[in-house]
Design a protein around this ligand. Structure first.
Ligand SMILES: [Zn+2]
Length: 213
């Protein structure tokens, strides 16, 4: 099927976006979802991408990118906020499983982003550990506002890009892999209504990017 051996960051990105385009068009191929693939991948895995996205129930990774078993190493948290376990999981996907691509996947109408915005507006933060999630989104909202980017779409793009930068600032493993050309870290903004994933940030992917919108 659409298998590439030892994919480059660009190969992996193209493979992922091709799957999203099939999903958007309503023509999914459901690759790598059968019993043969299950048997093939049982002894070991070689995912071509680490997907770090929001936990939102509408962002089901293998569905929206039309992939199957063994393709994506998936880490998801509300608002794609990254603590140490998240960083460790992403590093595992890159340094042990050798995935050439890390994708940060955010989306419109994200509850975590909305909660951070309203916490800044009315000063009320949620209780429990939800507060921790909201507080980790807040710096992105503040940065967007400081740059005069006030729309929901702009704030979301800021949060996605901020997350990409945070991964590379905090993880030496990821930063070194990007510097060596072995890895790209990209940010995608997903639209719930039409299922499209648009590139909003890229580190380590070659220039002249085709923007899919
Ligand atoms: Zn969300």
């Amino acid at each position: 099927m659409t298998e590439i051996h030892n994919p480059t960051p660009r190969d992996a990105f193209d493979l992922l976006m091709a799957g999203n385009q099939r999903f958007v068009a309503g023509a999914p191929e459901h690759p790598n979802q059968d019993a043969t693939r299950r048997t093939e991948t049982a002894p070991s895995q070689q995912p071509f991408a680490v997907l770090f996205g929001c936990s939102d129930s509408r962002l089901a990774a293998e569905i929206i990118f039309d992939r199957g078993l063994g393709d994506l190493f998936v880490v998801r948290t509300a608002g794609h906020v990254a603590g140490t376990e998240v960083l460790g999981s992403i590093e595992f996907g890159v340094s042990v499983l050798h995935a050439p691509l890390v994708v940060v996947l955010g989306h419109d109408s994200c509850g975590a982003v909305a909660a951070a915005c309203s916490a800044l507006e009315n000063g009320q933060t949620p209780g429990g550990f939800v507060r921790d999630v909201v507080e980790r989104v807040t710096p992105s909202v503040l940065a967007a506002r400081a740059a005069g980017r006030e729309s929901a779409e702009e704030i979301l793009a800021e949060h996605i890009e901020h997350t990409v930068d945070l991964l590379l600032e905090r993880s030496r493993v990821l930063a070194e892999a990007v510097a060596a050309g072995r890895l790209a870290v990209v940010g995608l903004s997903y639209r719930l209504a039409d299922g499209s994933a648009k590139l909003v940030a890229t580190r380590g992917l070659d220039a002249a990017l085709p923007t899919t919108s």
